[in-house]
Design a protein. Structure first.
Length: 629
């Protein structure tokens, strides 16, 4: 795992400033502490920080072809590199290393832009072709590895693995994008392709960007999408056996490394399934690690230890105090833009623990998206069922009645009809947006200043989901929700969280459940094999019954969470109050100070649990202070 950076003078032949390129590269030192390299020539400069995993002796980057006319910098792993190398050798290409990086160089020479179709793995790379005078940027299909870029006023294109590297460039415009702020307050992160800055974009998952020298603009091209079709009408027994075989193979190809390798083991279904497959494939005990919390409501270490005992793993456990919020000030530096997933705190700790044992760790991320595991999918399906019982012409009227119905959160359940009535009046995308929002639209409207509302010009974050939903080929509500999550929550939250937390410790994390071939196969299955009778991940649980206990498979789902509500009424109360009333939020002009005070008081009184929106405000305030420093 590594970090890449570059400067491409799209309109001029001048060489980029090598000293500046070096400083940008060193801003990502944590991503690759083993080695660093630069390549500068007319029009282009490429930089790389290396975390050595494969071909430790000869895999240095930037790496070129035989005559140096094609140069690449690459972050990730290509798991089918050995078979691709053989295929390319048969086509006449000569290799001088055993690294997966060199496969990209020759794949470009052989297939051009379509080279990405041949790559199986997680990747972000930048490739310069001197003969064709073009720069090619690419990001893997699911967005496991990040890639940021920005076109400066002078025609210079900057790109890097992390936003912090671009921020080193003195000419980068750091004007905050108001639409990104609306997205952030709704989602808790800034979804692709936006960033918090107007001038910077993320290359979206499954996209490439080809930029010809002399060309003033270029647009990303999508080369892959999640193919929801539900066209595989497999008998359950056949689907179970096929899933085990496919999961085992996806795990197997991710166990290739020349450095110590292990796995995260939370005690949940996904990570336990990955460890079970690893144990079947490894002659040596698997290295596993987990975090233990002091409170049972947040602790899964007992279940993790059960799996570790069953498979004889070398298991490391580190107990973390539930009130471990010492990392708050580091999160802004880690994520570079506002990021409000509080599980970033324990994720950072488990990566820190894993790095004491291994350099590569396999995780169970992606299982919920693949197999409909999130509890919210059940809520979404219930809402859709209610909508379906109401004639379409009546739904807007019922929604309007819901808007007028009093909000009574502490009343008996049969009197709390407001949310149900309003949900009937929403379309499926707006309904799912309501479920997913950190702050719903009503709360955002109450918190925003009049000036900020005018600046948004009626823009609403639900448009992000609508844009993706328009491209979804699935006809059922579960697949629609999964598709939206693949495009938003998975890359914007889950994978971003893990990438930054792991790279902060120079740890590579591999995600077998997001193998694109496995994802494609699962996307083609009938929804009833993913969720059945309210049970998420139905097929995976049935497939893992010979490998994991009933307690592991069928106990209530437990998130990797921290007790924010208690923190904000206890040890973080004054810090939160000071943040909400401080100069950073006040000077931004985005939020109404009186509304922020009411939100704080509402949480302190116990009238509502407002911990999620308050956390997002705390993280935004921390970002603003860092920007002003």
């Amino acid at each position: 795992m590594c970090g890449l950076v570059g400067i491409f003078n799209t309109l001029s032949r001048g060489e980029p400033d090598k000293a500046l390129l070096h400083r940008m590269n060193e801003a990502q030192f944590h991503r690759g502490p083993d080695e660093g390299g630069l390549h500068v020539e007319p029009a282009v400069g490429l930089g790389h920080r290396r975390l050595s995993i494969i071909d430790l002796a000869e895999g240095q980057q930037p790496l070129g072809n035989e005559d140096g006319s094609v140069i690449v910098v690459f972050n990730g792993e290509i798991y089918n590199f050995a078979s691709l190398a053989e295929e390319l050798k048969q086509a006449g290409h000569r290799f001088r290393t055993r690294s997966d990086t060199e496969v990209i160089v020759h794949a470009w020479e052989e297939w051009g832009e379509d080279c990405v179709q041949h790559l199986r793995g997680m990747f972000a790379f930048a490739l310069w072709d001197r003969n064709r005078q073009c720069l090619f940027l690419a990001r893997d299909r699911l967005g496991i590895k990040p890639l940021y870029y920005s076109l400066l006023a002078d025609g210079s294109l900057l790109f890097a693995s992390e936003l912090k590297a671009l921020k080193v460039h003195p000419a980068l415009d750091r004007t905050i994008d108001p639409l990104a702020c609306e997205d952030y307050f709704a989602f808790g992160y800034v979804p692709e392709p936006r960033t918090i800055y107007r001038s910077v974009s993320k290359l979206s998952p499954g996209q490439t960007l080809l930029w010809q020298h002399g060309q003033p603009q270029a647009e990303p091209r999508t080369y892959w999408d999640v193919p929801f079709s539900a066209d595989q009408d497999l008998p359950e027994s056949e689907a179970i056996s096929s899933l085990v075989e496919r999961l085992r193979e996806a795990v197997d190809i991710r166990m290739i490394a020349e450095v110590p390798l292990g796995a995260f083991l939370s005690g949940g279904v996904d990570s336990s399934s990955v460890v079970a497959m690893m144990a079947q494939l490894s002659e040596e005990p698997v290295n596993t690690c987990s975090i233990a919390f002091g409170e049972s409501a947040f602790d899964e270490s007992v279940q993790a230890e059960e799996v570790a005992r069953r498979y004889g793993t070398r298991h490391a456990v580190e107990r973390v105090a539930v009130d471990d919020f010492s990392l708050l000030d580091q999160l802004t530096q880690l994520y570079d833009e506002p990021f409000a997933d509080s599980s970033a705190l324990p994720t950072y700790r488990v990566c820190e623990l894993a790095r004491k044992q291994v350099t590569v760790a396999l995780s169970g991320d992606g299982g919920d998206e693949d197999l409909g595991g999130y509890t919210r999918y059940g809520w979404h399906l219930q809402e859709q069922a209610r909508r379906a019982r109401v004639p379409a012409p009546l739904r807007p009227l019922i929604g309007a009645i819901g808007a007028l119905y009093p909000d009574m959160p502490k009343a008996p359940r049969f009197l709390r009809a407001r949310a149900t009535l309003r949900s009937i009046g929403r379309d499926p995308v707006a309904g799912y947006m309501q479920i997913m929002s950190v702050m719903d639209e009503d709360l955002r409207d109450r918190l925003y200043s009049q000036e900020f509302r005018r600046e948004l010009q009626d823009y609403k974050a639900v448009e992000v989901m609508r844009r993706h939903a328009a491209n979804c080929r699935a006809g059922d509500p579960l697949s629609l929700a999964q598709y939206i999550d693949y495009k938003t929550y998975l890359p914007g939250d889950i994978l971003t969280k893990v990438d930054r937390a792991s790279m902060a410790h120079a740890l590579e994390v591999r995600v077998p459940l997001l193998d694109h071939q496995l994802v494609e196969w699962l996307a083609g299955l009938q929804p009833g094999l993913k969720r059945r009778e309210g049970e998420g991940k139905y097929l995976l649980k049935k497939a893992m019954e010979p490998y994991l206990s009933e307690e592991i498979l069928y106990r209530r789902k437990q998130g990797f969470a921290v007790p924010l509500a208690e923190w904000f009424r206890g040890p973080l109360r004054e810090r939160l109050r000071n943040a909400l009333q401080g100069e950073a939020l006040s000077d931004s002009g985005l939020l109404d100070p009186a509304a922020l005070t009411r939100l704080f008081d509402e949480h302190q009184s116990g009238a509502r649990d407002r911990s999620a929106p308050l956390w997002s405000l705390l993280m935004f305030e921390s970002f603003l202070r860092a920007e002003a420093a």
